[in-house]
Design a protein around this ligand. Structure first.
Ligand code: SF4
Length: 892
């Protein structure tokens, strides 16, 4: 393993839980070249669009570079003294449970370890929780119920070895693209491999599925309960495995029993669909069931996980090559956070907070005064406690709860009222930073080093390859310095991440002897040099390891008191939430090219080109009934708030269901924070909110005028006259979508733009018949700004216009073309971008398909689309399918 500068630095992608290896190379001009690490076992050189564009996100634009207290720049000593002082005084006056840390699956394991040690070991509260609570807490709860500990039994290789992959509530094509690519490649080699997608929505992942089961929201428990009963009735259970390694099957089968019509009603699937799926599962030995947020983010998330695990335990299909249940995590270090005890109800190294022996062991090892006996407040409850004053000081690290927690406006209000809010982040302005009394500048990806664990339990190094700018410091250092100032110098004498990792490895094997799954004792005593060159490895990594097998449970050995797995009886229920007032089921989730609240991906022009504004997918039938026109604006509301987003009419969603992405914040849109609408309804075991099943009503927003605005600079524009705005970076500048309550408001905005945008030539066009109004402002022969206003959603050759920001305009005729907003006949508009890496648009791809290129590969050869990271190939395949289907219908 080399980290030498000339060859680039081996590190890990900071986005999703696939945990791809990356080689980052600094160029002489300061830019960073990114490539996939061919040796990393998670991706073998592949990257998705987000990973490929990491080089665009390492600039200093918008960075917080110096500590601030009460809005004033200060030095670290002053800021840290203040944080330690307020935390200490609050604890003294109100007790340890009056303070809290809210951390993130974005921070590194070493950061997590220090935060957890400080809160649980030395402050003496378990009030530390993480945004991972929002993504996989139900999987943790399900694992612990069945296995006695939070173990993911399988490895990524199982996805390639399986004969059947069942994807449940998982849009792998967009959310874990490299895993999707690995399945796609395996299916090309073995076309007999089957993929079943279980999802209410026909996502891009459906393009690889042999069967799409468009299940009702939260119908998964019923589906897998029905599977268990069907397996039993058809003699497909593995009696040997059940007898030797499990208990509790009979009660579980009894709870799972239901009639066919109940099953149809709960799942929304026909008996034919159910029987086909059950028979495929029953008759295929090598089955992997992959599940993620569609399972976890539910009031019955833990039950769904239990139902999935029950089916795998009953067939003994677990921990063997090509077999097993597989929870894939959303975040790069959600798994590291779980291992280190970053959840309020867990202890470090997969030990249990409620277990007195574990508490004693950790307390003795840390030499800490106390370890709390009761769990702390989980994420949603933590912010309720901030709201009602039980928590008086909170430190938020690397996350944006004002956007991502349910009932997000209440979270904002709670922070506004909280006496002391510390926020560590990389950006000066986020929706959460707005409420910080103390702002601490955190090191960004590329500036910090440590480890992360991916979804297959593989621990990889993130390595630093850039200097720390300004006064920026890593998160672990910030916490260590506060801990020292609170009087815990000895326990927090860490000088480097390697020292923290060494202590963590030592604790993992302390009095373990196979009693706990998490054991990396083989790395105890790791030196700085060994840590620097540590290759990716899967745990367990024991000091006395004789086996290289890293799968769990093929031969039992669970971590329950009797070392047997527990079947968990679960009863399927309808989570019927809609009513006459709020008749639509809102499903929230991710899109392909953005990550969380866009603090990094929003910096990339490339990533912002795929989908440039918040949108709502709505079924054509619903749109028709409600008079919602495509590309108009939708108002969406319920008892918690309202948002305004663009209408995207599509049959990818079912009637009565809508989908809105979770990424947009007040930094990028006027009113697109969808988590405002998500009710704080929680799974009773995991505390995870139901972010995919929310009752809302929708209507078309009244807009007197729509507009598209291009600007070369990020102008300080006054959008107060606009009823809607959404801004995104684009090559050479910024693009903005706008709407106004009245035409007059739009005209006032345009006039102001013309007078305040310093240009030397303003072209103006007014059409009294169509009521369209256009402006193009040039400076020194280059386009500074262009504004297109229309009473209807603006139809323009947007991508062509964006390209004009790069050109010099020598003739009046060329400048007039910009005003017209129509592409040159010699260079047609490429259409909305599909391939963000190669900037290929939908029109170009469609032209290639019409010319006879009917595979993603030949489309790539014709257009370059999909030839870099391949994340867009699912969309290209979807376009080919539609074209072939429509051509066939036309021929008939
Ligand atoms: Fe990063 Fe994409 Fe790999 Fe996820 S799949 S780790 S986002 S490169």
């Amino acid at each position: 393993m080399t980290t030498s500068q000339g060859k680039g630095v081996k590190t890990t992608c900071p986005y999703c839980g696939v945990g791809c290896g990356i080689i980052a190379k600094r160029e002489a001009d300061g830019s960073v070249e990114i490539s996939g690490d061919p040796d990393h076992p998670a991706n073998y050189g592949r990257l998705c669009s987000k990973g490929s564009a990491l080089g665009e996100t390492v600039g200093l634009d918008g960075r917080l570079l110096f500590p601030e207290v009460d809005g004033k720049r200060t030095d670290w000593d002053t800021a840290l003294d203040h944080v330690a002082d307020v935390f200490a005084k609050t604890i003294k006056e109100h007790g340890p449970d009056s303070v809290a840390f809210y951390v993130s699956g974005q921070i590194l394991t070493e950061d997590y370890y220090v935060a957890n040690k400080l809160m649980k070991g030395f402050i003496g509260s378990a009030n530390i929780d993480t945004n991972s609570r929002l993504c996989m807490a139900s999987s943790v709860a399900g694992h612990r119920k069945a296995f006695g500990t939070d173990t993911v039994p399988g490895t990524y290789e199982d996805l390639e070895l399986a004969d059947l992959i069942v994807l449940v509530g998982s849009n792998l094509a967009w959310c874990h693209p490299v895993l999707y690519q690995r399945i796609e490649a395996a299916k090309q080699v073995r076309p007999e491999m089957k993929v079943v997608l279980v999802d209410p929505r026909r996502t891009m992942t459906a393009n690889i599925a042999d069967v799409h089961l468009a299940i009702k929201p939260d119908g998964d428990t019923a589906l897998f309960n029905g599977l268990l009963v069907n397996l039993a009735e058809n003699g497909k259970l593995n009696q040997d495995y059940i007898v030797r390694y499990t208990n509790g099957l009979d009660e579980t089968l009894a709870a799972a029993n239901s009639t066919t019509s109940e099953l149809e009603n709960l799942t929304g699937l026909s008996s034919v669909e159910l029987q086909e799926f059950y028979s495929l599962f029953g008759n295929t030995e090598k089955v992997v069931t992959v599940y993620s947020q569609g399972v976890n983010q539910s009031v019955s998330g833990t039950d769904k996980v239990s139902a999935i695990l029950n089916s795998h335990l009953a067939t003994g299909r677990i921990g063997k090559p090509g077999m097993g249940p597989f929870s894939v995590t959303g975040q790069p270090n959600a798994m590291g956070g779980r291992e280190v005890g970053g959840l309020a109800n867990m202890l470090v190294c997969h030990m249990d907070l409620e277990n007195p022996e574990h508490r004693d062991l950790v307390r003795g090892f840390w030499q800490s005064p106390h370890i709390p006996e009761k769990p702390g407040l989980k994420a949603v409850d933590m912010f309720k406690a901030v709201a009602d004053g039980r928590i008086k000081a909170i430190w938020i690290m690397s996350t944006n709860p004002v956007d991502s927690l349910p009932e997000a406006d209440s979270v904002a209000h709670a922070l506004e009222e909280c006496p002391f809010v510390v926020v560590s982040d990389i950006l000066e302005e986020t929706d959460t930073m707005r409420y910080a009394h103390v702002k601490l500048p955190a090191a960004a990806w590329g500036e910090k080093g440590g480890t992360v664990t991916n979804s297959e339990r593989r621990i990889s190094r993130q390595r630093r390859f850039m200097h720390l700018p300004g006064d920026v410091k890593p998160d672990w250092w910030q916490m260590v310095e506060v801990a020292k100032r609170m009087g815990f110098e000895e326990a927090f004498a860490f000088q480097t991440p390697a020292e923290i990792f060494d202590e963590y490895a030592k604790l993992s094997c302390l009095k373990n002897e196979g009693s706990r799954d998490f054991d990396i004792g083989g790395l105890s005593g790791i030196s700085e040099a060994q840590y620097a060159s540590l290759p990716p490895f899967q745990w367990p990594h024991k000091s006395d390891a004789t086996s290289t097998e890293t799968r769990f449970f093929a031969d039992g050995n669970f971590y329950t008191p009797d070392r047997k797995a527990h079947f968990v009886p679960v009863k399927a229920k309808t989570n019927q939430i809609v009513d006459e007032e709020f008749p639509f089921v809102l499903n929230t989730g991710r899109i392909r090219d953005h990550w969380h609240t866009m603090t990094r991906t929003g910096m990339s022009q490339r990533l912002s080109s795929h989908l440039a504004e918040p949108f709502c997918e709505v079924h054509p039938g619903d749109a028709n009934n409600l008079g919602i026109k495509s590309a108009s604006l939708i108002n969406m509301e319920n008892q918690y708030g309202e948002i305004t987003v663009r209408a995207l009419v599509t049959d990818r969603v079912q009637k009565g269901s809508i989908f809105v992405p979770m990424h947009w914040t007040d930094q990028f849109a006027s009113n697109g924070r969808v988590d405002k609408l998500v009710a704080a309804k929680l799974d009773p075991f995991s505390g995870q909110p139901a972010s995919k099943n929310v009752a809302v009503k929708i209507s078309q927003a009244n807009s007197g005028a729509f507009a598209f605005l291009l600007t070369r600079e990020k102008l300080d524009l006054d959008f107060s006259k606009a009823s809607y705005w959404a801004s995104a970076r684009c090559p050479g500048g910024w693009r903005h979508e706008l709407a106004f309550a009245t035409r007059r408001d739009a005209m006032v905005f345009g006039d102001k733009l013309a007078t305040e945008t310093f240009g030397d030539e303003v072209l103006d066009y007014n059409d009294p018949v169509s009521n369209e109004h256009r402006l193009a402002i040039f400076k020194k022969g280059r386009l500074s700004a262009a504004f297109y206003m229309s009473p209807e959603p603006v139809l323009l050759a947007r991508e062509w216009l964006i390209e004009q920001l790069q050109h010099d305009f020598e003739t009046a005729e060329q400048r007039q073309k910009v005003l017209a907003g129509r592409a040159d006949a010699t260079k047609p508009d490429k259409g909305p971008i599909v391939c963000s890496c190669m900037a290929v648009g939908v029109n170009e791809i469609f032209t290639a398909i019409q010319a006879g290129n009917t595979t993603a590969q030949t489309v790539g050869e014709a257009t370059t689309a999909g030839t870099n990271c391949g994340s867009c190939r699912a969309e290209i395949n979807g376009m080919i399918d539609v074209y072939l289907r429509e051509t066939k219908i036309a021929a008939e």
